[in-house]
Design a protein around this ligand. Sequence first.
Ligand code: PMV
Length: 317
Amino acid sequence: MTGWAVAGPSLALIKYWGKSSSADNTPATGSLAVTLAGLESRTEAAFDTRDSVVVNDEPQPLARFTPFLDNLRRELSLGDQGLAVVSTNNFPTAAGLASSSSGFAALAGAVAALSGSSLSRPRLSALARQGSGSATRPVYGGFTVFDAGATAAEPEHDEAFWPEFRVVLCVVREGAKATSSRTGMESSRLTSPYYGRWVETSPEVLAEARQALTHRDWGRLGPLVRQSYLRMFGTMFSAEPPLIYWQPESVALIHALAELRAEGYQAWETMDAGPQVKVFCPADQVRKLVAELDRRVPGLRYLTAEPGPGLRTGRKE
Ligand code: PMV
């Protein structure tokens, strides 16, 4: 018997960065995100004599997974059964493309499916949270909100809500990053003098962005997206030691996008705990935008995605 699940990564327009409870992965700032189609974590789980986790054909150290699996065993009444987990991402892993969001959502889904319990989406979202806060979100498709202090994400608009909405992922570096978001946000919280203001000013940015999204209003949403990631990075740059995920090409892309907006593009970038730049823009601008970015910052790989479905799960013999 195998439980399987498929989840897309959840990319935040408005960022979660910092926890109000680190033991529990409860966010200090609320986030607004989109679940992406086409990029996927596919996970299978089976009972075994002991735990094992293989991601993209590589056996993983269990330390990162044991508390998560223990919690699943407790919540799903699985006793002390071992779990053999095999997961594949069809996009770069641990490189700031939100693979932990899709990975932990798919892991929670696969083990829940294996257990035979039919869990509600809020329950699955709360279980995924124990692995990674952002993993609460792709349990739902389309646009989602994970509020400050919440234990689960909530659906905001489904994947058909804004058919013209696209994301261009500019892959600056393929390898895994040096500092995880978990470590990075804790260090920002403990050492950045700006962290408190980041948390205080976040609710207003989130509330305005939700409004702008409801109206599908690029002109209002874009500047809020920019404000959110740059304020978040303000806490990283000012942490001790400083956390600088950006690479020269990341900065070159930020400047190129500012120039392209001045030429009339509605293309608004964001970044996460890694060097990649992700650009939100209307579908009819994607082709020319990628050509312009490639001309100005040559040699990068570009992936395009649209809003996608939430977690899918099942069980097979
Ligand atoms: O939950 P984590 O550890 O994947 O942290 C997510 C942090 C950011 O990607 C930077 C922001 C976000 O809301 O996804």
